[in-house]
Design a protein. Structure first.
Length: 340
């Protein structure tokens, strides 16, 4: 794209976003600008009665009374290999593209007031903690979390056409950066094609917006969150940061210090997996005991290990490829700008 065309598009985008904010009324605050503490979340983060998209489906105060099969919790947690959530539909029958604004949190552990993954949902996952982010990338039986069989999926992020987020009012918290829960400001989650990737960028990191870029919503996990994830393997690793999506050669970054586990131990059993390089006490979930990591070198890919990832979600695996149908106003507006 020429520089002139680029600046026309950029101007168009900023005019469009300005008009979105105006259309939401003078008090409107984009989701990505809202700040919360985990312990004093409002019942609903999204206070905007949407002219176009309606109200926030669920709620953000999630506890033992909301937990289980009827939960509509929209507060998502990503802590460790054994303790993370994904955004998925509350009801079956609709594709990610159709229902991205109403996704709810499904989690690997009880304790977050959410729905819980049925056993066998996650069939392989690699957690990677890098200087810029923590991510889980892997494979799943997506029908177990109300996704349509064969749906190539789409992207969730805290932006969206009307800046209310997808899901609207969805917020993300993590203990990955020490101490209590911290709100994750920039994140993206691609689910589809029986694969997933969820990246939470360090909320005090200088590259969080670039690393958790939200504009490549049709490109999937291989492009947005390259990893060494393999189906059938459950491992927790440290790693280098990828090139920000859309920049650099996009090779799979090296992962290291990997520890592998049995899914039955970490998801149904008692094993708590500390983050790679974590010091001090592990999590205090009472029913669980601390894991003795089994060091492996199996996925210690180098920066040239792109083809060694053996089935890591790639563009062709589909996660996040078919967002256009559900992108609504943003898709149309963006297409319009490209035609300028
Ligand atoms: C979160 O809690 C801290 C300490 O109580 C406080 O200083 C901060 O303002 C709170 N932030 C928000 C967004 O409520
Ligand atoms: C539990 O969550 C529900 C739904 O958000 C909320 O209405 C209720 O007040 C919460 N209970 C406590 C004790 O916080």
């Amino acid at each position: 794209m020429s520089f002139t065309k680029l600046s026309i598009v950029a101007t168009g985008l900023s005019l469009y976003l300005t008009s979105v904010v105006r259309a939401q009324g003078p008090g409107f605050v984009p989701l990505v600008n809202k700040r919360f503490n985990y312990t004093n979340l409002p019942y609903k983060v999204d206070t905007d009665v949407g002219l176009v998209r309606g109200d926030q489906l669920g709620y953000n105060i999630c506890n033992s009374t909301t937990e289980g099969a009827a939960s509509l919790c929209q507060t998502l947690i990503i802590n460790s290999l054994d303790d993370f959530c994904l955004w998925a539909p509350s009801v079956p029958g609709k594709t990610v593209g159709e229902i991205e604004g109403e996704m709810i949190a499904w989690c690997s552990q009880p304790g977050h007031g959410t729905r819980i993954f049925p056993p066998g949902t996650i069939t392989g996952v690699q957690l990677t903690k890098t200087p810029d982010y923590v991510q889980v990338v892997g494979f799943m039986d997506q029908t177990k979390v109300n996704m349509v069989k064969g749906d190539a999926g789409g992207e969730m992020d805290p932006h969206g056409a009307d800046l209310r987020g997808n899901p609207m009012g969805g917020v993300v918290f993590s203990t990955a950066w020490g101490g209590n829960y911290k709100q994750v400001i920039e994140w993206h989650n691609f689910n589809g094609g029986d694969a997933f990737c969820l990246k939470a960028c360090d909320p005090s990191g200088p590259r969080q917006a670039a690393m958790c870029q939200h504009i490549y919503d049709t490109q999937g996990c291989g492009f947005n969150a390259p990893s060494n994830a393999r189906n059938g393997v459950f491992e927790s690793c440290a790693g280098d940061s990828q090139d920000p999506p859309g920049t650099g050669p996009g090779t799979v970054p090296a992962s290291s210090l990997c520890s592998t586990f049995a899914s039955s131990d970490i998801f149904e059993g008692t094993v708590v997996v500390p983050l790679p390089g974590a010091t001090g006490a592990p999590t205090t979930r009472s029913a669980k005991t601390t894991a003795t990591p089994t060091p492996t070198t199996s996925s210690g890919g180098s920066s040239t290990s792109k083809t060694a990832s053996g089935g890591a979600p790639t563009q062709s695996s589909g996660a996040g490829r078919v967002i256009i149908q559900g992108a609504g106003a943003f898709g149309s507006a963006f297409a319009l700008m490209l035609m300028l």
